[in-house]
Design a protein around this ligand. Structure first.
Ligand code: NAP
Length: 286
């Protein structure tokens, strides 16, 4: 229910686990930036951190979280935090198993709340082997929820056709008004796979778009807040990234206004298949 959304809102995944609807993305942050950003985000009420083997800052995220939890008077526990990591490459069962161990070792958080295959690159056999290693780590209690990222419908169908012991509960893709991926969204919804949007701020590339500026003016908010609100009202889990304290706070301050149906329609009409980073879904060779 959009009107009841708040920073602490969580979405129930198909495996029964809950994921905070809004988290902090930590891509392209060095260690010092990461430690500061995670601490500011915890102060601002964020409980969800989207990291990856590829970001090379798993250690810094884990350190910042652990130090925060150990602060005198801190009421939070490990269970209040939702930590996400991702498998960088599909290189076979043993390689995935070892990547999971390294991520656990780096973050020192005891377990990973959500673990994703970062992309479908690597070929069918390697993708399926990665998934088997992920399933085994979930069965061992090292990973709580498991999912995929940048998977097109064909990659999900390939995985589901093997009748996996654990189905992916989430697909993290680039989703924002300028990249709608309508068919994939519909397919994931039908299959009870939650959608998580990376690049919810369009990686900063469309902040001056007139529609965004008009809606920001209408609601007395910023274009970034309109974009985050859009992602939440689409029922996506959203993970805006910022290294700035003010922006981290601004991006979480999106719960006292709502976009109406017409606003959402205007935003949904902006789709231009804008690729802001990489696009494994659109790469027919994968
Ligand atoms: N699975 C994948 O393949 C994949 C790919 C990309 C990203 N991700 C994940 O998704 C997260 C978010 O995506 P992203 O980092 O690529 O892009 P994003 O969150 O869409 O945009 C980040 C950019 O917006 C700027 N920004 C942040 N808040 C702002 C505000 N209030 N006003 C104006 N500008 C603002 C940031 O600058 P400052 O930092 O200087 O504030 C940065 O340049 C990543 O951090 C990562 O965790 C996953």
């Amino acid at each position: 229910m959009t009107s009841n959304l708040r920073l602490g809102s969580r979405l129930r995944l198909s495996d029964g686990n809950l994921i905070p609807r809004l988290g902090l993305g930590v891509y392209e942050m060095d260690d010092a930036e990461t430690r500061r950003a995670v601490t500011w985000a915890l102060d601002a009420g964020y409980r969800h951190f989207d990291c990856a083997e590829w970001y090379y800052n798993e250690r810094a995220v884990g350190e910042a979280i652990r130090q925060y939890l150990q602060r005198p008077g801190c009421q939070l526990e490990r269970a209040d935090i939702f930590y996400v990591s991702k498998l960088q490459s599909n290189r076979g069962y043993q390689s995935a198993k070892s990547s999971i161990q390294q991520s656990l070792q780096a973050c020192q958080l005891g377990y990973i709340d959500l673990y994703l295959v970062h992309s479908p690159y690597g070929g069918r056999q390697r993708r399926l082997e990665s998934w088997k290693a992920i399933e085994d780590a979930k069965d061992a209690g090292l990973l709580k929820s498991v999912g995929v990222s940048n998977y097109g419908q064909r990659h999900i169908e390939e995985l589901l056709a093997t009748c996996p012991k654990h189905e992916p509960v989430i697909n993290q893709c680039d989703l924002h008004p300028f990249m709608a991926r309508a068919d994939l969204v519909e397919y994931c919804r039908k299959n009870e796979i939650a959608l998580e949007c990376w690049g919810p701020l369009v990686r900063g590339e469309r902040m001056d778009h007139p529609t965004l500026k008009n809606l920001a003016k209408k609601h007395s908010v910023t274009p970034a807040q309109v974009l985050i609100r859009f992602s939440l009202q689409r029922d996506y889990v959203t993970i805006p990234k910022s290294v700035s304290k003010d922006r981290i706070e601004e991006n979480a301050n999106v719960f006292d206004f709502a976009l109406d149906e017409k606003d959402m329609e205007r935003l949904l009409s902006l789709d231009e298949y804008l690729v802001t980073d990489w696009d494994p879904i659109g790469d027919d060779s994968v």
